[in-house]
Design a protein around this ligand. Structure first.
Ligand code: HEC
Length: 192
């Protein structure tokens, strides 16, 4: 009887061990998988992926061009100081990829590994520094990264997690899409 119990305990421990093992390979050990998980729960697609119209007009990420940023030829919204009196801080487009506000107009970056228009030529170091410091391309003297990019939340990720996000972003298909430069506040007329 005692032997049976010991065999039973060893068996259960083994199964529990295998269970943990399975989970950890999914999100802990494989940086690309962990990065995909972090990009999903971190909401990167909400702003960095063009959208298709879902049920009830809800925007859903367009799976054919995930994380490719604001579509290059799409007109951007405008924002006027009067908007603030109506309690409107920002206007966005139907894809949630262009954002007009007191900072001018910001466009979400192409995060795919395309060499000319995406993260292709970036280093892991520049990527991590950008998210940690809020400076464009992580350059100490670079311009501030504009709203609504919530880098001050992602800054809290561990080095390991930021590296995993980077590894995932390197693994997705490159998409050529030249996102426009930000428009400064004075040059943001309606509908251009
Ligand atoms: C609420 C919208 C929003 C979300 C969510 C978001 N971004 Fe952004 N992101 C932006 C905008 C807008 C810009 C462009 C800012 C600019 O031009 O200064 C940007 C720019 C960037 C840049 C370029 C920064 C630079 O150096 O100029 C990187 C890298 C980036 N985002 C990564 C991410 C990652 C990774 C996630 C998810 C973990 C994410 N973003 C989630 C809106 C968002």
């Amino acid at each position: 009887m005692q032997k049976l119990i010991i065999v039973f305990i060893i068996g259960v421990s083994f199964i529990a061990f295998m269970g943990c093992e399975g989970q950890s390979t999914l999100t802990e050990d494989d940086p690309v998988k962990r990065g995909e998980y972090l990009v999903t729960v971190g909401g990167c697609n909400d702003c960095h992926s063009p959208k298709i119209e879902g049920p009830g007009g809800i925007p859903l990420p367009d799976s054919s061009r995930l994380l490719s940023g604001h579509p290059q030829d799409m007109p951007h919204p405008a924002w006027y100081p009067e908007d603030l009196q109506r309690n409107v801080l920002a206007n966005t487009n139907a894809m949630l990829t262009a954002w007009a506000g007191p900072w001018g107009v910001s466009f979400t970056m192409n995060l795919t590994p395309d060499k000319e228009t995406g993260l292709g030529e970036w280093t892991e170091e520049a990527f991590i520094q950008a998210l940690r410091t809020g400076k464009h391309q992580g350059q100490p003297n670079g311009r501030d990264i504009l709203p609504p990019m919530p880098w001050f939340n992602y800054r809290e990720m561990s080095d390991r997690d930021l590296k995993a996000v980077w590894a995932y972003l390197r693994s997705i298909p490159p998409i050529k899409n030249q996102v426009p430069l930000p428009v400064p506040p004075a040059n943001a007329p309606a509908g251009e």
